[in-house]
Design a protein around this ligand. Structure first.
Ligand SMILES: [Zn+2]
Ligand SMILES: [Zn+2]
Length: 611
């Protein structure tokens, strides 16, 4: 994927992973009735394109999440007018209610059929299948085609019964694609469309797509002056003052929570020797994702995670059972060598920080610790009015350690998940290879799901590979359990998600600027500074707009910056020392004395309330 492709996905509102093998090319992407309808709509679209543009070469046309596409080799680039014409032609086919009929042809006949019709891409797929059968020594299966009206396509199905079953359709966009996702192969035009059972569902999807464009955190990041990205460091945000304030506010809230829960914060070096990764196993399995350097004949890497280094703090002295649980938090700077092509704003980066912690406990403390962590999740997500959904991944087939120990750990975790009252779903065999895990997902304002963080109960990787132990009541050495835990996950990604969820209108406690004081004339500036001072003394983040702009412009500017409160000061307010706050939603609140206003805002901010 290229950067432009990522931009396209936001612009088009659909994502389509590239397909290259013959099996992938033949997969209609239809896993449900709705998908079958979407794929059927792709056939109808191909029929329309072929009729409007005779000689078109057909690529493939699968169903994808929320819609479908079809790839075409055409003599000229398509325009928006063409899309309207194609849509109109499709409506005729839908009205005709042609049945979809499946036929099977002997392989040679199937190949000849598409060769005669000048469809080289279809012929290539059939040739690939034939070559594969020969390699495997299996007979070539018959060529299955689906037919509706006069249109015939190479296809395994499934389809709806007839074109009349197709719901309301909207063609969305045209973008470039390469045959089989390969830049050395022919360039095609991909038409994306969406189709739903009802008009209401279609309208809802189109609204969601428009909203997603407006909420794109990369655009809002510029508009709100939060951060920027530069070619000199791909995949790493340059934080501007407002964005960095936001960042530190979120981290500060988590630090508060961690302090209340008895965490201690550590910091370990970003640059570490290859020897560490050999011991942790990352050298073998993860090396290609790490940035490597040579110095004085040794290889070093920028750490992609904090886990192994935390054990050096643990092992710096003998630990007694009395010290456990030992909760070591770390906001370490992490780097992962992602291909520059997959980087996308704050959600796919090379440089990031997580609200990471490694909690070392005795085996009998696992349940109580999970209970505490469930409380952390419930509290921290309530700060944003978000409802976390959890998934519980159990032992995969290739797992380190004793299956009986896995079972015991899983039973403890399951019991705590039940008790927590949080929504969760079990995903068998979806654990990490060294630990069962609880993943946290949130659903944003547009109904999109985001994976944020994870809790893993590790009884093998850190404890055994790094030979961790503590001394028990009887003076014997025992293995602790290491719980890996992050609640926000990557702060960068979390801020990207929050920016889109709130469309940049962050709750008061998070907003980089919480109120703007607006003096109407120069003679009100002194009073404005005094009010700002009162507010700042209570820890609030305040700006005074001393520019020569007119009052209405100042208000519009603050609204554009999505500042929660605006306070306009004129003769009357200065005289009475009152504030008549106006919210960013445009609500005019009653006048109140400066101190009362300042106290109210400070309380609202402290309580991390969501409007
Ligand atoms: Zn089909
Ligand atoms: Zn870890």
């Amino acid at each position: 994927m290229t950067d432009e492709r990522n931009d396209d996905a936001v612009e088009i509102g659909l994502e389509a992973p590239e397909r290259s093998s013959a099996d992938e090319l033949l997969d209609a992407g239809a896993h449900s009735d709705l998908d079958a309808m979407r794929h059927s709509t792709a056939h109808v679209m191909a029929e329309a394109v072929l009729e409007l543009f005779p000689g078109t070469k057909l690529g493939i046309g699968p169903a994808i999440a929320d819609g479908f596409y079809y790839d075409f080799a055409l003599a000229r680039p398509l325009t928006p007018d063409d899309l309207a014409a194609i849509e109109a032609r499709m409506a005729i086919s839908v009205a005709a209610d042609h049945p979809f009929v499946r036929r099977e042809l002997p392989p040679a006949e199937g190949r000849a059929f598409f060769a005669e019709r000048g469809q080289p891409f279809k012929v290539e797929i059939l040739d690939d299948l034939a070559a594969k059968s020969e390699r495997d020594g299996t007979p070539m299966p018959p060529t299955s085609v689906y037919e509706h009206g006069d249109f015939v396509d190479l296809c395994k199905g499934p389809h709806v019964a007839s074109t009349g079953r197709i719901g309301p359709v909207k063609l969305l966009a045209v973008s470039g694609a390469y045959w089989r996702g390969d830049q050395t192969r022919p360039a095609l035009q991909r038409i994306y469309g969406t189709v739903w059972e009802t008009q209401e569902e279609l309208d809802r999807f189109l609204w969601r797509r428009e909203e997603a464009k407006k909420r794109d955190h990369r655009k809002l990041g510029v508009q709100l002056d939060l951060f920027s990205f530069h070619e000199i460091s791909p995949g790493a945000a340059f934080w501007h003052p407002k964005g960095w304030t936001l960042y530190q506010t979120l981290r500060g809230a988590m630090r508060d929570l961690q302090a209340r829960r008895g965490y201690q914060e550590i910091y370990t070096p970003p640059l570490v020797s290859q020897a560490l990764w050999e011991r942790s196993g990352h050298w073998e399995h993860y090396r290609e994702n790490m940035f490597l350097f040579e110095a004085e004949g040794q290889t070093f890497s920028l750490k992609p995670m904090n886990c192994p280094e935390s054990t050096f703090v643990y092992r710096s002295r003998v630990r007694s059972y009395r010290e456990l649980p030992l909760r070591l938090a770390e906001y370490g700077v992490l780097h992962r060598n992602e291909l520059s092509g997959v980087l996308s704003g704050l959600t796919r980066v090379r440089h990031f920080v997580t609200d990471d912690a490694h909690i070392f406990v005795r085996p009998e403390q696992i349940a109580a610790e999970i209970e505490g962590l469930m409380g952390e999740i419930r509290e921290s997500y309530s700060w944003f009015g978000l409802e976390p959904k959890l998934t519980f991944g159990t032992r995969p087939d290739k797992a380190l350690g004793d299956p009986a120990v896995w079972e015991e750990t899983e039973a403890l975790m399951r019991a705590e998940l039940e008790r927590s009252g949080l929504q969760y779903r079990e995903k068998p065999k979806d654990g990490a290879f060294y630990a069962p895990k609880i993943d946290i997902q949130i659903e944003d304002a547009l109904g999109r799901e985001w994976q944020t963080a994870t809790i893993q109960v590790d009884r093998v990787m850190l404890p055994e590979r790094f030979d961790l132990w503590y001394v028990d009541e009887e003076g014997r050495q025992q293995r602790p359990v290491a719980i890996h835990r992050a609640i926000y996950g990557s702060l960068e990604r979390f801020i990207g998600v929050l920016t889109e969820h709130f469309a940049g209108a962050f709750p008061l406690w998070v907003a980089p600027v919480q109120a703007v004081v607006i003096p109407i004339a120069d003679r009100h500036i002194e009073a404005a500074d005094e009010l700002a001072g009162l507010l700042r003394a209570r820890g609030l983040r305040i700006e005074v707009d001393e520019s020569s702009n007119r009052m209405q412009n100042k208000i519009r500017l603050a609204q554009g910056q999505k500042v929660p409160y605006m306070v306009v000061l004129g003769d009357r307010e200065v005289e009475a020392r009152t504030a008549s706050p106006r919210t960013r939603a445009g609500e005019q609140q009653p006048a109140e004395p400066w101190d009362a206003f300042a106290d109210r805002l400070a309380a609202e901010s402290r309580e991390r309330r969501v409007e």
